[in-house]
Design a protein around this ligand. Structure first.
Ligand code: F3S
Length: 279
């Protein structure tokens, strides 16, 4: 059995940066309050909770110091932090910040702001706030078809798939003479998706590693599953099943942008043990 890892897998720039910011802040503060889990990975969140990073869902539950995670927050949250005199530790990913700036700019320039993404994702909810809550979030060609506006301004959730973005934008172009498009899909996502595709095409088993609550990991899973029927999404080595490996000669591994390398290594070691058992 051959085990190959996707060329781009695991922590992206924004997540690595957020973890570094949290580490630095925790070395100075005993307790920091994170607005939502620092990243979409339960194992990492648990680890950081032990180090003093407490997860809260509401700014009113926070005291002293607040960490803004890589997904970013609305302008109203920044206002509350400042009103409450809390220390603001801002780990918003610079690429997310860029998308927020475009949302604001498009709204201010009179465009009907369309955000391509998942309306329930915290990153997207912050984008909506930067467009003064006047944006419409869509995620399919059907939803694009229902949009009526003279001037359309488009941004994307950073973790959106390029193919979905392109097909929705092609539909939106038919709806108006004036359209402004900012491709705010982050490079890391694109690279992870491309190398996952490449690997899935030549693998007979794909293991996608990452939080079940991680949007970018779930997207990697969907992409791989479409190309390789035997694709499984797991968080830890305990979810591996021997029977998956019975007829597998080429095993591909990829991991979402919020998956730390120690989890990936753990899983590879466990697969190697299965290899010895099965063959
Ligand atoms: Fe940032 Fe891209 Fe990661 S937007 S948080 S570097 S997936």
């Amino acid at each position: 059995m051959k085990i190959r890892i996707a060329e781009n897998a695991g922590f992206c720039y924004g997540v690595r940066r957020a973890i570094k910011i949290a580490d630095e802040a925790l070395s100075k503060n005993k307790t920091i309050f994170s607005l939502g889990p620092i990243i979409h990975n339960p194992q990492v969140v648990k680890d950081y909770e032990n180090k003093g990073l407490k997860v809260v869902e509401d700014i009113n539950e926070a005291k002293n110091a607040v960490l803004i995670r890589s997904h970013g927050v609305s302008p109203q949250i920044y206002e509350s932090i400042s009103k409450k005199n809390l220390e603001c530790i801002d780990a918003t990913c610079p690429f997310v910040k860029e998308a927020q700036d475009y949302a604001k700019k498009l709204y201010e320039e009179g465009y009907f702001v369309v955000i391509i993404g998942d309306k329930n994702h915290p990153e997207v909810q912050a984008h909506i706030a930067y467009a003064n809550y006047q944006a419409q979030v869509i995620n399919s060609i059907q939803e694009a078809a229902s949009i009526e506006a003279q001037k359309i301004g488009v941004i994307s959730q950073t973790t959106q798939s390029v193919d979905n973005f392109v097909s929705i934008v092609s539909e939106l172009v038919k709806k108006t003479k004036e359209i402004r498009i900012f491709n705010t899909i982050c490079d890391a996502t694109e690279k992870r998706q491309e190398s996952a595709k490449k690997l899935a095409l030549t693998s007979d088993l794909m293991i996608v590693i990452g939080g079940k609550n991680s949007a970018n990991t779930r997207k990697l899973y969907e992409i791989c599953k479409a190309l390789c029927k035997n694709t499984y999404h797991i968080e830890t080595k305990d979810e591996l099943k021997k029977e998956w490996f019975k007829n597998a000669r080429n095993v591909g591994i990829t991991a979402g942008a919020s998956t730390p390398s120690w989890i990936i290594e753990d899983i590879i070691k466990a697969i190697e043990t299965i290899d010895n058992d099965v063959y």
